[in-house]
Design a protein around this ligand. Structure first.
Ligand SMILES: C[S@@+](CC[C@H](N)C(=O)[O-])C[C@H]1O[C@@H](n2cnc3c(N)ncnc32)[C@H](O)[C@@H]1O
Length: 203
């Protein structure tokens, strides 16, 4: 079994990171619509940004003042910086990385279940990353109510993958202090229960 960061570093080596843009783009576009509907002008960090494609996507919006991405894989960040000179990318482990300046929005796609203690990450983001009034929006394809994903840990050999229920994620957001916690399931079809999106506001 390999750690999540080692696994995704290997994906960059084989170009597999680019497949994530293809597979995650539609739900991420919907996450971005959510963000745009509740923000006039905003600063944003993509937590676990991979090669930075979603940072580039949201930064093209006129209301996005500052966009940056952080990822634990050096190779992901190297690739992001090579492609994009406009936005900022940081190499860091989300377990302990803290931004120099707090932001209005933290978004994240397919990252939060790669943690032993997702509550601690959510809490850190609440207290140390977000401005008052800011929001956290995370997308997850790996969750209990989506049976298609149940064999992913076996398939990928990643050491940490937490298969939580929708309500578990909602409870974690609420326990940490987020208000107006909403959930969405974007891009559902017959056998696919959609990308679970949890949004919470820091009042
Ligand atoms: C499934 S990929 C998603 C990447 C990107 N969000 C996307 O949609 O293309 C998960 C990402 O989380 C990063 N990651 C996993 N654990 C991490 C940690 N503890 N700290 C920072 N990044 C981490 C991996 O390096 C990888 O780039």
């Amino acid at each position: 079994m390999k750690s999540p960061i080692e696994t995704f570093t290997n994906w960059v080596k084989t170009g597999r990171d680019e497949g994530m843009e293809k597979n995650h783009k539609e739900p991420v576009k919907k996450m971005i619509e959510l963000i745009l509907s509740s923000n006039k002008q905003f600063s944003i960090i993509d937590a676990g940004c991979g090669n930075g494609w979603a940072v580039r996507l949201i930064s093209s919006n006129k209301n996005c003042l500052v966009a940056s991405g952080v990822d634990g894989s050096k190779l992901m960040i190297k690739k992001a910086k090579k492609i994009d000179k406009k936005n900022k990318y940081f190499h860091g482990d989300l377990n302990n990385w803290i931004p120099k300046k707090k932001v209005d929005v933290v978004m994240s796609m397919e990252v939060f279940y790669y943690f032993e203690d997702p509550k601690s990450l959510i809490s850190k983001i609440y207290h140390e990353w977000l401005n008052p009034g800011g929001q956290l929006v995370i997308g997850l394809d790996f969750y209990f109510e989506n049976p298609d994903c149940h064999n992913w840990q076996e398939q990928t050999g990643v050491s940490i993958m937490k298969l939580l229920k929708i309500n578990d994620w909602i409870k974690l957001f609420k326990k940490v202090g987020f208000k107006e916690v909403n959930k969405y399931q974007f891009c559902q079809n017959k056998s696919w229960m959609g990308t679970l999106v949890i949004q919470g506001i820091k009042i």
